[in-house]
Design a protein around this ligand. Structure first.
Ligand code: C2O
Ligand code: CU
Length: 517
């Protein structure tokens, strides 16, 4: 798990939380709860398409409510906030081109149960304390349905969003995006998976149905009563902390679950839904996994991996073949932290007829020559002179400053993230998919002195499993990370931001405009 640079921050991690209150997960027996599989969301009939009134679209209604669920057999139920009564929320499954409507109904309490910091922009005392706005991460959605952080609604209100789903097969996810409290709303449980299938992907005959399983991962810290423990700073009236890292990894809403698997191939769709931690996922015994997909869908060909690094908001689809492992028990871990036990049964219920083809999809590389312009965008850290929390900025700009990134619809640009700070940041752009070009080390002091970009080594190509379509990219410390993006879909206002939610909530997020040609 990632704690890179954590010591350099004025932050309070779980170790600063009152020790006597923190539950040590290692005192609990492991692997006593079955892995829950989030239910599939069922549509509530059809309604007219808002843009073509004659077309009827599946209509879903998702209520946001407070609930209490047991995270582990031996701890009391944990208060959480969920979509449609579960955490993670139900899986929404659709086909590419099959649009739908979702009504997001906020029926949450009016008071937050986690520490809102009213000194954070957008969460001031004159704003309602509980605000929500749903965003489908990775969706090519019109701006009015994208979940702009300021377009929140309060308990008792609902919003209908239209998702055309005109995009390739991929594992997307939905989560809250309300200004200044996104970190708390996700920590409370407002997140879920959305899958898009398409004919190319279905023709591959990858493991499907009950052999296609989402694994939603996030870390948490609990108190001895099993309740979520979100750390607070020691500044009175300003509880914000600039990073969160927990001591337990929750998988599909359970701590240390197990899954009975048949000795055959499975497809797992893994999502890092953590606030700030990255995971280094590995199977016990170093058993290989075959990665077939990343954020925005299939890779060109499967990539064999033994560890999988996932930063917040990144997804990976992997095929794990349990054949030949009859009767064995495997574990999925992140570093020292156990996540999930896989118990391989003695036999398959039916022969495994699924396939793992050697090629998956053509992923044409976007040529650099197609780029209309390159933007140099800094990622930087700023200490608070008055001793408050550290602040991270994009391009030295705050959220409320005028929009500076205005790509033209259907144009292609290279965005170069110049990371001046000590942390890696997962950078996400709404609306679009992109490709990672490279990462190149540079002289940070030289840049800080006079903004000259002096490279100190050769450009490093992205790893094989980063060479597909992405929507979130790890921008390493001391590196220039370049992506190439075509701004397709819609003109309008979107956002780009760091997906470490504490950073995002505290100014590491900017609006951007796709402008008509
Ligand atoms: Cu995962 Cu702006 O979102
Ligand atoms: Cu960040």
């Amino acid at each position: 798990m990632g704690r890179a640079g954590a010591a350099r921050h004025s932050m309070a991690g779980p170790e600063e939380a009152p020790q006597h209150r923190v539950l040590d997960p290692l005192t609990l027996p492991k692997f006593v709860d079955a892995l829950p599989i989030p239910p599939l969301l069922v549509s509530k009939g059809k309604r007219p398409n808002p843009t073509h009134r004659k077309q009827l679209l599946p209509y879903y209604r998702i209520e946001l409510t407070e609930l209490s669920v047991k995270l582990h057999r031996d701890i009391p139920p944990t208060r959480q906030w969920g979509y449609a009564g579960t955490v993670p929320g139900p899986t929404i499954a659709t086909q590419s081109g099959q649009g739908f409507l979702i009504e997001w109904v906020n029926n949450l309490p009016k008071k937050h149960f986690l520490p809102v910091d009213h000194t954070i922009h957008g969460a001031e005392r004159n704003e309602p304390e509980v605000r929500t706005v749903a965003h489908v991460h990775g969706a090519k959605a019109p701006p009015e349905s994208d979940g702009y952080p300021e377009h929140w609604h309060t308990p008792g209100q609902s919003r209908i969003h239209y998702y055309p789903n005109e995009q390739d097969a991929a594992t997307l996810w939905y989560h809250d995006h309300a200004m200044g409290i996104t970190r708390l709303n996700l920590f409370a449980g407002l997140l879920g998976v959305l899958t898009i299938a398409d004919p190319t992907e279905q023709a591959l005959n990858l493991p499907g149905g009950r052999f296609d399983i989402p694994l939603v991962l996030y870390d948490r810290t609990l108190d001895r009563d099993g309740q979520l423990l979100y750390p607070v700073s020691d500044t009175p009236g300003a509880p914000f902390v600039s990073e969160f890292h927990g001591n337990a990894i929750i998988c599909n809403g359970k701590l240390f679950p197990y899954l009975d698997v048949q000795p055959r191939k499975y497809r797992f769709r893994i999502l890092n839904a953590a606030n700030g931690s990255h995971f280094q996922l590995a199977l016990s015994g170093g058993r290989p996994m075959m990665q077939v997909g990343s954020d925005q869908g299939l890779l060109a060909a499967p990539v064999q991996i033994s560890t999988l690094m996932l930063f917040p908001a990144e997804r990976a689809e992997v095929i794990i073949d349990f054949s030949g492992l009859e009767g064995q028990e495997l574990e999925l871990n992140s570093g020292e932290l156990g996540i999930l036990q896989l118990r391989v049964q003695k036999q398959t219920a039916a022969p495994d007829t699924s396939s793992l083809p050697t090629t998956l999809r053509t992923v044409p590389r976007t040529p650099e020559t197609s780029s209309a312009r390159e933007r140099l965008l800094t990622l930087s850290e700023h200490d608070d002179p008055s001793g408050g929390a550290m602040k991270m900025l994009l391009n030295e700009s705050h959220w409320s400053m005028p929009v500076t990134e205005k790509p033209v619809l259907d144009s292609t640009e290279i965005w170069s993230f110049v990371n001046l700070g000590g942390d890696a940041h997962p950078i996400h752009l709404h609306l679009v998919r992109f490709q990672v070009l490279d990462r190149r080390p540079f002289d940070v002091p030289a840049y800080n002195a006079d903004k000259s970009l002096v490279y100190t080594g050769p450009a490093v190509a992205p790893d094989a499993n980063e060479q597909g379509w992405k929507d979130t990219v790890r921008a390493d410390s001391g590196m220039v990370t370049r992506i190439i993006v075509k701004f397709e879909g819609y003109a309008g206002r979107y956002v780009w931001h760091c997906h470490m939610l504490e950073h995002e909530d505290n100014e590491m997020m900017r609006p951007y405009d796709v402008v008509p040609r």
